[in-house]
Design a protein around this ligand. Structure first.
Ligand code: BGC
Length: 245
């Protein structure tokens, strides 16, 4: 099946048509930078622009950085507050004229890794963390997704963990790779005490730089960098739309 996968992020929206049988992009991805925080209406227009770029009329899968309940977005920690309780499936399908399926962005990245990447063929519990503007999480067992795990909001020192261990936090706090890796390691230990995953996959922009910080993380589970790098969210959103048809 061919599905347009779209990944909504803190600084841009990107998309590409995906072959959901292979997990491969069929065209080069198209990215629109969003230097200002977009309202839901402006986001719908941006998604329409991406669909038009690919002359797209088929199904679309969209990943969003928030909790998703059916067609609605329930939280928006790093994007416009007006997304909260917004029926994004309705808005985005009206804007594009296409069938739209909506999934949390980290859950989307996790699906790509479980089906075609670092987590393929792993039957036990797999935890994927995306380290970007925020910290996203995706939890799988037997290849099945437990949606909206939101482990980036685990409270640490009275705040969401993502305030300390996201990639943005590393830059904002001017931490060395060793300092940041150490804090990430402590956070991962807490998650391991609770979830006992067999495999932990680290994704997000920093996964390309894993050589700089993996050595400071000492997990009980196996640790692997995401294989999809920047494309996991696009591929996974498309897979979600294919699996929900
Ligand atoms: C959001 C999650 C999202 C993560 C990564 C968090 O702030 O609450 O839903 O997956 O950021 O984008």
């Amino acid at each position: 099946m061919k599905i347009l996968g779209i990944d909504i992020g803190g600084s841009g929206v990107k998309g590409a048509p995906v072959d959901t049988k292979t997990g491969k992009l069929l065209r080069e991805r198209h990215r629109i930078d969003t230097p200002e925080t977009l309202t839901p209406a402006a986001m719908a227009k941006t998604i329409k622009t991406i669909a038009t770029h690919f002359k797209w009329h088929g199904p679309i899968g969209v990943g969003f950085p928030g909790v998703i309940h059916g067609p609605r977005i329930m939280t928006s920690a790093n994007l416009h507050p007006r997304f909260v309780r917004c029926d994004a499936v309705n808005m985005f399908s009206k804007a594009t004229g296409c069938r739209v399926a909506l999934i949390n962005d980290a859950d989307a990245a996790g699906l790509a890794e479980i089906r075609f990447g670092a987590g393929r063929e792993i039957k036990g519990t797999v935890l994927l963390l995306t380290l970007g503007t925020g910290v996203g999480s995706a939890l799988f067992h037997g290849g099945r997704l437990f949606p909206n795990s939101e482990l980036g909001h685990l409270p640490i020192r009275g705040k969401s963990a993502e305030r300390f261990v996201s990639s943005t936090a590393r830059k904002r706090r001017e931490l060395s790779w060793e300092e940041w890796g150490g804090e990430l390691s402590q956070y991962i230990h807490i998650l391991e005490e609770i979830l006992w995953p067999e495999l932990i996959i680290l994704g997000g922009g920093v996964s390309a730089k894993h050589a700089k910080y993996f050595k400071y993380i000492k997990p009980r589970a196996k640790l692997a960098p995401a294989e999809f790098l920047n494309e996991a969210g696009i591929v996974g959103a498309a897979l979600w739309a294919a699996e929900r048809k």
